[in-house]
Write a protein that binds this ligand. Structure first.
Ligand code: G4P
Length: 193
């Protein structure tokens, strides 16, 4: 997506060979106009797949997921990393380990928000090792939903996430595919590849 790649080149900072800082428009400050364009782009790609719900993982996925849900006119569900301590026997949980952050958390979904005939689109900001998306797929599959696809804002294509999801038969659509990062260097895989 041209607008996202241009924004990344203008405001993103490659901190190392692995980390791209996008705090000024995705992770901390949010660019609402860009988010609307992102939502429209995901709706354009997945719009004919009969999606009934958009699902994301807190927190940075919420803005683009909400715009996608508005564009598709379906509800949005946020998978929680810190479930409420209030007792609830209707929770589905799975452990997700983030290699980037060196942390683990229990991804949590309240079963009441997913029905067996739901066809779900998962939206997230980064795809690195594919652990968060794989955890979301585990939970949603356990709840009986079908996975229509995974929409990603920034895929780090030099990391194994995409291959891991494709090996599970998932339709992965990334708006910006970063082929290389180095201090001060950000390169993309051309869109048509
Ligand atoms: P994976 O889900 O693909 O396996 O990725 P991984 O666990 O390695 O990293 C997940 C967390 O790290 C996510 O944040 C993701 O946004 C963040 N992340 C991964 N690579 C980058 C990067 O290059 N730049 C930035 N800025 N973040 C990166 P999270 O823990 O879900 O936090 P949140 O921001 O959504 O709250």
């Amino acid at each position: 997506m041209k607008e996202l790649e241009e924004k990344i080149l203008k405001e993103g900072h490659a901190l190392s060979e692995n980390i791209l800082k996008v705090d000024s428009f995705i992770n901390h400050q949010v660019d609402p106009v860009l988010m609307q364009q992102i939502g429209d782009a995901f709706a354009g790609h997945f719009g004919n797949k009969g999606i009934t719900k958009v699902v994301t993982i807190e927190s940075s996925g919420i803005a683009p997921a909400l715009m996608t849900a508005i564009s598709l006119n379906v509800p949005m569900i946020i998978l929680k990393k810190q479930p409420s301590k209030v007792l609830n026997d209707n929770l589905l949980q799975t452990v997700v380990t983030s290699f980037t952050k060196g942390t683990s958390y229990e991804l949590t979904l309240s079963h009441q928000f997913i029905e067996e005939n739901d066809n779900v689109l998962i939206i997230d900001d980064f795809l690195a090792n594919g652990e968060a998306a794989s955890g979301a797929i585990r939970l949603l599959s356990e709840a009986g939903a079908s996975i229509a696809g995974v929409g990603i804002l920034i895929e780090k294509s030099f990391q194994p996430g995409r291959d891991k999801l494709i090996a599970q038969g998932v339709d992965v659509y990334s708006l910006a595919r970063v082929s290389r990062l180095a201090k001060g260097v950000i390169e993309f895989i051309p869109e048509e590849c």
